[in-house]
Design a protein around this ligand. Structure first.
Ligand code: SAH
Ligand code: DHB
Ligand code: MG
Length: 217
């Protein structure tokens, strides 16, 4: 089993089920042009986020970690008329590229990009959100989960990206701050009676990782 095989299969599945789209492609091209790191969700992961929004009937979405807005476009396009998405991004260049990508995709009215450290902005937000996607600095994942709980209602779906990291998540000895953050995030999810959660390992064009899903009860 190899990265090449995972990439080939991802391409096959995405070509079949996630037809390419000029505005999503333009966002990725603009990100590359601006020198943003290519750590957006993959097309098939983006489509999964899109389907989750539709399954939930979500009207209000919170995203923590915008980058160039690729996942944001997938999420926002699943909203019904009048739906809103707030996305938080620390890096001013990332926020600027994301705003341009979202404007090109016709989503400026639907999406608000808030620039700043998420932990500074979260206390200013008014919930509840119907779906919350956590995809920012992993050392802070446990704090983002606390805020997600505060900004949720029974029925909210919380999605956490990058919770497996090449299998390192199972290494209790890891001293990596991101890894420790992810472990505390998962442990907190497990211990919280208001949440029913699972986590799924994934392989694909972006390597071996995984995501967590938690439903607020
Ligand atoms: N969701 C995006 C990828 C996000 S990458 C996509 O799939 O397209 C993670 C982003 O989190 C980066 O842009 C990084 O700048 C941002 N970030 C890191 N620390 C942050 C913080 N403290 N507050 C808000 N954003 C942060
Ligand atoms: C990284 C961050 C992400 O959010 C991701 O999905 C993949 C990789 C990273 O920081 O390497
Ligand atoms: Mg991610």
């Amino acid at each position: 089993m190899s990265q090449k095989l995972w990439t080939d299969v991802d391409r096959y599945l995405a070509d079949l089920l996630v037809p390419s789209d000029s505005l999503l492609d333009a966002a990725l091209a603009a990100n590359a042009e601006a020198g943003l790191p290519p750590i957006d969700v993959t097309p098939n992961q983006g489509k999964l986020l899109h389907l989750l929004v539709r399954l939930m009937g979500a009207r209000r979405i919170l995203e923590i970690g915008t980058l160039g807005g690729y996942s944001t476009i997938w999420l926002a396009r699943a909203l019904p008329e009048g739906g809103r998405l707030v996305t938080l991004e620390f890096n001013p260049k990332h926020a600027e590229v994301a705003r341009a990508n979202l404007a090109r995709a016709g989503l400026s009215e639907t999406v608000e990009v808030r620039q700043g450290a998420a932990l500074d902005i979260l206390p200013q937000l008014v919930g509840p959100f119907d779906l919350i996607f956590i995809d920012a600095d992993r050392p802070n994942h446990p704090h983002y989960l606390e805020w997600a709980l505060k900004l949720s209602r029974p029925g909210t779906l919380i999605v956490g990206d990058n919770v497996v990291r090449n299998g390192e998540v199972a290494n209790a000895q890891s001293s990596d701050p991101g890894l420790r953050g992810v472990r505390r995030f998962l442990e907190r999810m497990a211990a919280e009676p208001r949440l029913s959660a699972t986590a799924i390992q994934t392989v694909g064009s972006k390597g071996y990782d995984g995501f967590a899903l938690a439903l607020v009860l």
